[in-house]
Write a protein that binds this ligand. Structure first.
Ligand code: PMV
Length: 373
């Protein structure tokens, strides 16, 4: 795959009047079977499956103009932000063999998130995929100009003709931030090679949109904010700790089995199996943290309160709601659209007391990235 992108890369001279602005919004995603542990160049140790979200997203604009050398600045919510900018700049410099044209451009990146600060929701999947969508569009504008397929009107390039190459966007989103590979597809995505799904790859995610039962296409994810604080151990450190984890081989084998079982359940609309796998995966992720060396715990007491309330409510009412967890204390409450009214009543009357300042975010399965400009 690397050779394909290298050979297709735009290698020409950037026209002296090349300038403009592209903008993309891209969503966060929540994994059901978790990616936890990697090797080599951001290659996952096991395949993962996620819901693409809708409300939690990043909006990123890239202004570009011809320059003698690579120029870069990054603004987050209107303010120059060096920490995040450095991450994107490093990604660009590490991958300049694929994006040679950046050495002839001045780039100004402006980004914002639709979800609140300090909500504990990781923004790297949404922000990195939004940035990569814009980068791939800039390249496609250059390719279009060089092949004469598009005219330069008043120095502002026309909107892209035809869709962005999502496989390429997923491949480079993965290099920017592993789980971002899954955010470029609508509804559900699978990242990682598995014999259970033809066309799956460790290098990019694939869409599951056409292989899921309609019930999952409108699934809800209410994110119950237990704490908005930054995690004490980053995902990057967590992945690294899997290397010495004595349970790692068993984990990777089980994740592969869970992928097979979940794929079948997603197709059939089998909610019991969906719930069983999803909750087990969430707890297993945190169990792996607890038996890393050094060990650590990201759940809080209120995370456990919420889990117990959710399981009890399911038992009492037979409503097929379940939880999952990301690498943090917040609880993602998953349920079908048909149960939304009852579950929201339950959130407002019971669960909200465990949330930090009563905060929760009503999200649901979404359509994937959209072009803004
Ligand atoms: O993409 P990263 O490196 O931030 O890792 C994400 C890991 C989890 O969010 C815990 C699981 C997943 O598959 O998204």
């Amino acid at each position: 795959m690397e050779n394909k992108w290298l050979s297709e890369a735009f290698k020409g001279e950037v026209p002296s009047d090349f300038q403009g602005k592209v903008g993309w919004q891209s969503p966060s995603n929540i994994a059901l079977v978790k990616y936890w542990g990697k090797r080599g160049k951001q290659i996952p140790q096991n395949p993962s499956i996620s819901f693409t979200l809708s409300e939690c997203r990043s909006e990123t604009f890239i202004s570009f103009e011809k320059a003698d050398r690579f120029g870069f600045s990054f603004f987050f919510e209107g303010k120059e932000n060096s920490a995040f900018g450095t991450k994107i700049e490093k990604f660009l410099l590490d991958n300049q063999a694929f994006f040679k044209f950046i050495n002839q451009l001045n780039l100004k990146v402006e980004s914002r998130n639709t979800f609140p600060h300090s909500s504990g929701i990781a923004s790297s999947a949404s922000s990195m995929s939004a940035f990569v969508m814009g980068l791939v569009e800039i390249e496609s504008l250059l390719v279009g100009l060089s092949t004469g397929s598009r005219a330069l009107v008043d120095s502002v390039p026309e909107p892209v003709e035809g869709p962005i190459n999502l496989q390429k966007a997923s491949y480079f989103s993965r290099l920017a931030s592993g789980s971002a590979a899954r955010s470029v597809f609508p509804m559900m995505a699978l990242w990682g090679q598995t014999e259970a799904y033809q066309g799956s790859s460790d290098e990019y995610a694939v869409s599951l949109e056409n292989d899921i039962h309609p019930v999952f296409k409108t699934y809800h994810d209410s994110i119950l904010i237990v704490s908005g604080e930054t995690k004490s151990v980053s995902s990057r450190a967590g992945h690294a700790l899997m290397e010495g984890n004595p349970y790692a081989p068993a984990r990777y084998a089980q994740a592969n089995d869970n992928i097979k079982t979940l794929l079948a359940a997603l197709k059939a609309g089998d909610l019991d199996t969906f719930i069983n796998i999803t909750e087990s995966e969430a707890l297993q992720l945190h169990a792996l943290m607890m038996c890393s060396n050094p060990s650590y715990i990201l759940m809080k007491p209120k995370t456990l309160n919420l889990i117990n309330e959710i399981r009890e409510f399911r038992k009492e009412t037979n409503i097929p709601l379940c939880f999952t967890l990301d690498a943090g204390p917040n609880v993602h409450l998953l349920y079908p659209e048909s149960e939304a009214e009852k579950v929201e009543y339950f959130i407002k009357n019971v669960l909200v007391k465990y949330c930090d300042q009563g905060r929760w975010i009503a999200d649901q399965v979404g359509e994937g990235p959209k072009k803004l400009q």
